[in-house]
Design a protein around this ligand. Structure first.
Ligand SMILES: NC(=O)c1ccc[n+]([C@@H]2O[C@H](COP(=O)([O-])OP(=O)(O)OC[C@H]3O[C@@H](n4cnc5c(N)ncnc54)[C@H](OP(=O)(O)O)[C@@H]3O)[C@@H](O)[C@H]2O)c1
Length: 327
């Protein structure tokens, strides 16, 4: 089969769409004939050599895929060869064939085509696990999402709005702000020329945000704590603004606030399976009803993976960038 690999750590020119041996599913795994995958910012970091796959996972890129089941491994029940599926992966989705632990296999939500379904697993699992399971976001609460136009952000806006929360986002351009409003954000802040702490207070009658979903890490830590409401929950899922910051404990304590930090890829299989089940039960009905729509910025064949990663590297996209396996 052909797969997206990096010849060595480096720039976009190390990416190749190349022949490698077909993978084989072990016990508890299935082999999926891949229709599509999607680019995640983590792919760029892996390509540069800073985010290796967990032990035992292929170094073929791709944290998600969609397609049809081709082979069932030993002990797999509840699925049939030919079923259309999408899957959360620790790697290997950007290939013609992908091995999937059965707990990370999900049906495609009704009304979504098999290629578009590749946009859902990573953003769906990240957003649902952090907003619902970690932060316990409730109807009537407020959510501040940084990077509202990202793959994660476009999903978070729609999920939070569907749950009845008021959504505030940050983005870096007028075009992105407008898109986020169309997706359900009530307030959109251009982080390049506005202070998101003041904007969040204005949007919440001075209370601050009940939940913050953060991708910037150190650069936003202090201002995120300032922007938090009493009993607020800050959930950090990215470090685009650095890894070491200073936490204002006095302010956090005064607000009885919580700071969480989570990552999805290295979790044990049972934890990922539990997240996938929660996503199928809770999020897929919102997708099927049209309350949450996959947002696709562009679609490239996997052979053009460098162009797809370039688009994400330049932040020229809104939502997800899809890669199709068909030539
Ligand atoms: N922990 C986990 O389990 C987990 C799982 C999935 C993803 N993530 C993280 O979530 C983040 C988003 O992932 P993705 O694949 O959706 O990436 P993406 O689509 O490439 O989005 C990155 C976004 O960051 C925005 N951005 C850059 N500087 C910003 C700033 N100063 N303030 C606010 N936004 C800013 C960019 O938009 P502008 O043009 O508006 O700047 C862009 O939309 C990444 O950091 C990724 O590592 C974490």
């Amino acid at each position: 089969m052909r797969a997206v690999r990096c010849r060595e750590p480096g720039d976009l020119d190390v990416l190749e769409w190349t022949e490698i041996d077909d993978p084989e599913p072990g016990p508890g795994e299935v082999l999926v004939e891949v229709a599509a995958s999607a680019v995640n910012r983590a792919d760029l970091i892996q390509r540069m050599g800073f985010y290796p796959p967990p032990h035992g996972v292929t170094d073929t890129l791709g944290l998600e895929c969609s397609g049809r089941i081709a082979v069932l491994g030993d002990g797999v029940s509840g699925w049939q060869v030919g079923d259309e599926v999408c899957a959360l992966l620790a790697g290997g989705g950007q290939a013609e064939l992908a091995v999937v632990p059965v707990g990370q296999l999900m049906p495609i939500p009704a009304g979504v085509d098999v290629v578009t379904a590749a946009a859902l697993p990573e953003a769906g699992c990240t957003v649902w696990s952090n907003l619902v399971q970690v932060a316990g976001l409730q109807s009537g609460e407020s959510l501040l999402v940084h990077g509202g136009a990202s793959g994660i952000g476009t999903m978070a806006i729609q999920v939070a709005a569907a749950l009845g929360a008021t959504v505030i986002v940050t983005c870096g351009s007028q075009d992105k702000l407008e898109h986020c409003r169309e997706l359900g954000a009530s307030y959109a802040v251009n982080y390049r020329d506005e202070d998101f702490v003041a904007a969040t207070r204005d949007a919440t009658n001075g209370r601050g945000a009940d939940v913050i979903l953060d991708i910037m890490g150190a650069a936003y830590l202090d201002r995120n704590v300032q922007a938090l409401a009493t009993s607020g929950r800050l959930v950090i899922i990215g470090m685009q603004g650095g890894v070491r910051g200073e936490l204002d404990i006095a302010t956090l304590l005064g607000k009885r606030g919580a700071v969480h930090a989570t990552s999805l890829r290295p979790r044990p299989l049972p934890e990922k399976a539990a997240i996938c089940r929660a996503v199928v039960d809770g999020l897929w009905p919102l997708v099927s009803s049209g309350d949450v729509k996959p947002v696709i910025a562009a679609t490239f064949p996997m052979s053009h993976v460098a162009a797809a990663q370039q688009l994400v590297e330049d932040s020229g996209h809104i939502g997800k960038v899809i890669l199709t396996a068909a030539p």
